[in-house]
Ligand binder design. Structure first.
Ligand code: PBG
Length: 327
């Protein structure tokens, strides 16, 4: 055949493939989520997320220190409080589990970037991400009252030493309110990473076991986004950018590569993606049965995130990936 263009030429040896590779995975790309619980005194494995634990405070700090020594640059903290109520008071208590965990982490690993999830669901007795009242089994989540509590939570995390606060609740106006609150409290350098385009997703199922945050009645569809909507995702991100988000996040990951791509192209901000619990559980389950090659599928997914525009990837595989990259 007379072919002037033979794309296979550049694939013919491993060395040529290495030379023309467009994307690669670096240790700094990965953020490790950690669950710290006030209710356990030894690590408790999360059954639907093999390899993931709820940690007591000291053990969590040891795990983070080991991860940091391995090359993990950043962790995302979720807290599981002993006490829940209808005002999520432990979300913004000075001696709350997250606040204590941040202080302990920063004392042990000053160079580790500590990110806190700012949400109320783990701290609310009803499991919703905001202040709620119930009528006929339906939850009505009050936006502005919830934002007030989220601002308090974010300030308390910054006061404990968090480098980045990451609001995941999807209330309207919370990024601006948190930015103003942080600035007024003197935390002008605390970074806000907004869960900007967060869809109501069935892929969060296993996380709610890990964080003990499933809503007791109703679902999250009145605040998290409808999976059918892409333009709305761009409007959501635009609002968070206007309100002062430093980093924007798209969530879930694999089902939203189109959104990730558009967000990166349009806003050109540091862009994060959350490779969520259900995405993790699926591959773990298939790999455990020998149906899929875990390492190869995970690395392929991570490259897909990079190709789609992710600068940062939040993933439960972070430590394993660093090991694979080194091997
Ligand atoms: C808290 C929060 C959730 C996740 C991150 N922050 C759960 C939810 O919105 O129900 C999900 C993460 C995952 O599935 O891995 N609101």
């Amino acid at each position: 055949m007379n072919l002037p263009r033979r794309p296979r030429r550049l694939r013919s040896t491993a060395a040529l493939r290495d030379l023309v590779r467009e994307h690669s995975l670096e240790p700094n790309d990965f953020i490790l989520p950690l669950f710290v619980s006030e209710k356990v005194d030894a690590p408790v494995p999360v059954l639907s997320m093999p390899g993931v634990c709820q940690w007591p405070l000291e053990a969590m700090v040891e795990e983070a220190a080991a991860a940091h020594a391995q090359g993990i640059a950043s962790v995302l903290l979720f807290g599981i409080p002993e006490h829940k109520d209808e005002q999520a008071t432990q979300a913004y208590a000075e001696d709350g589990i997250v606040q204590r965990a941040v202080r302990a982490l920063k004392a042990r690993c000053p160079g580790l970037v500590v990110i806190t999830d700012v949400c109320l669901c783990e701290f609310m007795s009803h499991g919703h991400c905001g202040v709620a009242r119930f009528e006929d089994g339906r939850a009505h989540v009050h936006n502005d009252a919830s934002v007030e509590l989220l601002v308090k939570a974010a300030i308390s995390h910054a006061a404990a030493g968090a480098d980045i606060v990451a609001p995941s609740d999807m209330m309207d106006g919370r990024i601006g309110a948190i930015r103003r609150g942080l600035d007024a409290a003197g935390f002008t350098d605390t970074v806000v990473m907004s869960y900007a385009a967060k869809f109501a997703s069935a892929f969060y199922g296993p996380f709610r076991d890990a964080a003990e945050s499933a809503p007791k009645a109703g679902d999250r569809r009145s605040y998290q986004m409808d999976s059918a909507n892409a333009l709305e995702a761009l409007r959501e991100v635009a609002l968070d950018v206007e309100e002062g988000a430093d980093i924007v996040m798209v969530k879930p990951g694999m089902p939203c590569l189109d959104i990730l791509w558009r967000v990166k192209e349009r806003f050109a901000l540091p862009t994060a993606v959350y490779n969520v619990s259900g995405e993790y559980a699926m591959v773990k389950a298939a790999a455990a049965r020998g149906w899929i090659d875990e390492r190869a599928t995970v690395l392929e997914q991570m490259l897909a995130f990079k190709r789609a525009g992710a600068d940062l990837i939040i993933t439960y595989w972070a430590r394993e990936i660093l090991g694979w990259l080194r091997a």
